[in-house]
Design a protein around this ligand. Structure first.
Ligand SMILES: *Cc1c(COP(=O)(O)O)cnc(C)c1O
Length: 432
């Protein structure tokens, strides 16, 4: 597998370089040189494959020449070790539950796959790889769980003190082993600035092998295409299938576009956002106008300049009139999101989280003008991750899954640091 940068399409790197670097030096995003089409035979016989088995077939087609088959099989089977069931709500709606992994959000798929791929590509190196991640909440939990106990890799998570939820903080600070948390006395932007500066510091990069677990790493995108196949496999409908994707940085939706290009018969995509509506506005008008993000109750989608937009454009040769025919965009404010969440509960007796509720509203809006379609709505996180809002809206108690609940009693271990780069640099040098 060869990859190019969305900003420089004539130069190629191999998968190892793309995964270990994360970002090309020109600040574009890595894209596969070509996306293979799977055989019709495979697509029509998906139900003969388990989730890890079909994931391996998809991975093999995409990246099979970069990793020996038996190694790739192990990586896929270890990473994709929890289910992605479609819960049927009605003859027109199904919910693809992507929250059955360790951190209860879809990011587990990407983080688990990336950890194993990095470990594989780093296997012949004596020097440990030190992964730096800044998190405002969800990413850190998935990365911590995904990289836990991965050979040859240390993970340093920087999070803003007092600005992540108590359970999110426990997800970052209680694992131990190769996972270390730095509690930064500042904001998420301060955390991100520290990480960025570390990558530019010649002294540091000479002495420590640094890498990032950024969400734009191609290793996080690839496994997100697997569950579109897994979802399609479970459907019994004869109607054209539409996937509705609650979106922030648009990694999930981009992975769906890749699955479609590989031959999965997806009729249409619906991009659902909260008030951060840059992409829906683009789809409806042709104008792409990034703006500062605003806070919402579906906060994992509070993104003002989605990083994967460059990949979506790349897939369609930047042609708006083609993109807008393939993807419809809708956005909703918090009041509407709460009503959507309540509607799903009242109509279907299903507890959806605020991100999924945005998806439901968008699917419903599309359905109004396209009645003969079946909608798979991606449910990106478990409702208990947003328990306060969900309980307030529905006036019921929400169960917290065991693996999240038991974190509450675990002991937090984090090193408190200020926002100065010299403190961070000294800490890195004395620890790695
Ligand atoms: C990260 C996240 C999203 C946004 O996904 P993108 O791939 O960035 O569009 C949506 N919902 C939840 C719960 C998330 O954690």
């Amino acid at each position: 597998m060869q990859l190019y940068s969305t900003k420089q399409q004539q130069q190629f790197v191999d998968l190892k370089e793309a995964v270990l670097r994360g970002l090309p030096p020109d600040n574009g995003l890595y894209m596969p040189e070509f996306i293979p089409r799977l055989s019709t035979n495979f697509i029509t016989n998906l139900s003969n494959y388990s989730f890890p088995e079909l994931s391996f077939e998809v991975a093999q087609a995409l990246i099979g020449d970069s990793i020996p088959s038996f190694e790739l099989k192990t990586i896929v089977h270890e990473a994709i070790n929890f289910p992605a069931p479609v819960v049927k709500l009605s003859d027109q709606f199904g919910i693809l539950e992507l929250f059955h992994g360790p951190s209860l959000a879809f990011k587990d798929f990407g983080a688990r796959f990336m950890a194993r791929l990095m470990s594989y590509f780093n296997r012949d190196n004596d020097q440990e790889l030190v992964i730096l991640v800044a998190t405002s909440g969800d990413t850190g939990g998935a990365v911590a769980a995904g990289f836990y106990d991965t050979p040859g890799i240390q993970v340093v998570i920087l999070y803003p003190s007092g600005k992540v939820s108590p359970l999110q903080e426990k997800q970052l600070t209680t694992l131990g082993k190769n996972i270390t948390a730095l509690e930064v006395q500042g904001t998420f932007d301060d955390c991100q600035a520290l990480v960025k500066q570390a990558f530019l510091d010649q002294d540091l990069i000479k002495n420590i092998r640094l890498s990032s677990a950024n969400s734009i790493n191609i290793a996080r995108l690839i496994p997100q295409s697997f569950y579109y196949f897994e979802a399609y496999k479970q459907l019994e409908t004869k109607l054209p299938v539409v996937f509705t994707v609650p979106s922030g940085n648009f990694g999930n939706l981009t992975a769906g576009l890749i699955a479609q290009k590989m031959g999965l018969p997806i009729h249409h995509f619906v991009a659902a956002t909260n008030a951060n509506d840059v992409v829906p506005v683009y789809l409806n008008t042709g104008d792409y106008l990034p703006k500062p993000s605003v806070r919402t109750i579906s906060n994992a989608m509070d993104v003002g300049n989605p990083s994967n937009f460059a990949r979506m454009q790349d897939l369609y040769g930047s042609t708006w009139n083609i993109i807008k025919d393939e993807i419809s965009g809708f956005s909703y404010n918090d009041t509407q999101t709460k009503e959507g969440l309540k509607e799903v509960y009242d109509r279907f007796n299903y507890i959806i989280d605020p991100h999924g509720a945005v998806g439901f509203l968008a699917a419903k809006a599309y359905l109004e003008h396209n009645p003969n379609t079946f909608h798979v709505i991606l449910e990106t996180a478990h409702p208990s991750k947003f328990i306060q809002d969900v309980e307030n809206i529905l006036k019921i108690k929400v169960d917290i899954p065991q693996r999240l609940a038991e974190l509450a009693d675990k002991k937090k271990e984090a090193t408190l640091v200020d926002t100065s780069f010299s403190t961070f640099k000294d800490w890195l040098i004395s620890n790695y």
